[in-house]
Design a protein around this ligand. Sequence first.
Ligand SMILES: C[S@@+](CC[C@H](N)C(=O)[O-])C[C@H]1O[C@@H](n2cnc3c(N)ncnc32)[C@H](O)[C@@H]1O
Length: 616
Amino acid sequence: MLNVGASGQSSPRQVSLPTMKGMNLINVFLVISTGHSFLSPKSSFHQRTIRQSPSNFHSQTLTVRSTSSSSSRSQNKKRQSSSNSGNRRQQQNSNKNKSSFSGPKPPPSSRPLLTLYDEQRNRVVNRERLTKPIDCQHFGTCPGCIVNDHVGKVDVIRSATRFFSSTAIRKNRLDVERSGEDWVVEAEDDGFYQVVVPSDVTQWRTQAKLVVAPKSSSWAKDGCIFGLYQRGSHDVLEIPNCQVHHPSINRAVELLEQATTKVGTPAYNSDSRDGQGLRYVQLQVERTTGKICLTLVFGASDVKATQPSLSRLTKELTKLDPDLWHSMWCHTNDAAGNNIFSRNTKNWHRLSGPEFVREPLPVGEFGWLYFSPLAFRQGNMEGFDILANDVARAVPGGSRVCELYAGVGLLGLTSLAYHHDTEPLEWVRCSDENPANPRCFTRSIQSIPRETIEHPKQNGPAPALTLGDIRKQMESGDDFWDVDPSTRRFGPKATYTVASAGYALKSGQALGANVMIVDPPRKGLEDDVLEELCKPFNPRQPNVESPNMMTLEDYYVNWTNDVQTLIYVSCGFDALARDAEKLLSSPAGWKLESATGYVLFPGTNHVETLCIFQRE
Ligand SMILES: C[S@@+](CC[C@H](N)C(=O)[O-])C[C@H]1O[C@@H](n2cnc3c(N)ncnc32)[C@H](O)[C@@H]1O
């Protein structure tokens, strides 16, 4: 068990299940340390405001604030306070937040305000974006985009609209049930499935992975080109003026071409396997600074084998534009196939710059999310901020939340911060199989006010307990029930467990949780997870804190028995459709409350879908 956090704090409450053989669980217990380190972001960064009731979707007027100075901040606050009651509440909340923040305060302009939510969720803006052209000169030859305008008119959105309007789904939709309408109505689009374009249709991509090829076929050391594989071939197409890339990505690619030409960096050659060349690059933009976290993937067994090419290249890149680079990493990968990254930390080498790119938490005025290049990060961060706000609003105040496939904990931490001022969540348990995530998660919670992330010392709810906790406690012989209640109540609300989603469930992560958030990869939910969620509710299953729970064989436990709201975020529509059909036709009692499609990747045939399932 790995315990991360300030030492000398209250004892961790979350343990791996001793009975789960072969399980590699690393539990992270989050106890806030007081260290804050803030880079200076660009002051003009815009964000969104939050806190409107779901019924106000698409109906807000535009409210845009910039964070360029503290005076403009207060002016904007004044403007905002007269705009609507929801925003007034936010202002009060943010003031409250400010005064109650007990950790060291960040410099005033270091954290952008979140003020563009209304704009991004505005019906007029949405309509404009649905028709706005991307106007990219590479369209037609580039495999990246399939439409150059009308970004909602793509097959996947048509299929999703039909799917959610079909009788099979209508039969299990809450709106149909509540209205008493006939569910046997076949329509292409009955208006249930909402389509939102949550960011501009250009320059939305803040993360790109590009393949590298030699500039000339005659001399390997002529330098490299960077782009995407052309459709149906392994020829690389350059896309220097890609309109969906953040401008910093295009600038970085330009410099990479110049630098590789100047210092003669060889490109990796998969045929000859004489290797050691540059294979891929990953470019991640830190939105507040516009800087690039660059990962150079070399076809080499270790970093020594990349030399002297690596050092020459990084030196030249720094010389060309020292201000563009947030950090530089080398990833070594000489394995065949198209898998770019391995999770083995031996393959990762930080060459310069900070370990984490940081992004503002999508709600409130405090808190950052930290990402290392080893962790998953959304391709369109700005669009995902809107989705994260919508997820947070779907979580009822005061909830106990289990988040599977959590990445660095983006959705769980956003929900925690969103509800803090009104009806704070009791706890949030995040888990993911990527062992690189806890470092990011820990760093993130260090930037969030302590009151948000910890249980109050007195009169608060009990800390998060899993079945594993109770078993461990009993096995240790300690008399858990005699523990002083005031110390029991003090502890972290947000915890992180490294485990596959199926293992996390079977270690009791969702026992006691009334809300579950899942955001699986494109292939959808693991079979184990889906199976649990499809089990009928067992009214006789004891409460997780009851000693009777210990007498139940694992086999009889319904590991998601307490979950009443299931928030499913999906980047793979086919898998979501399959999982939704299984959930809705299972004896578990799920009904579909809403389905929203987010055009997170304008130009492509992909849609991010948020489904909210409920059961009594
Ligand atoms: C689409 S990402 C979502 C992450 C997060 N919600 C975010 O927005 O940053 C999917 C995550 O699932 C994790 N993952 C993939 N397969 C998994 C599995 N079988 N069990 C647990 N986590 C898994 C990946 O490591 C990744 O972080």
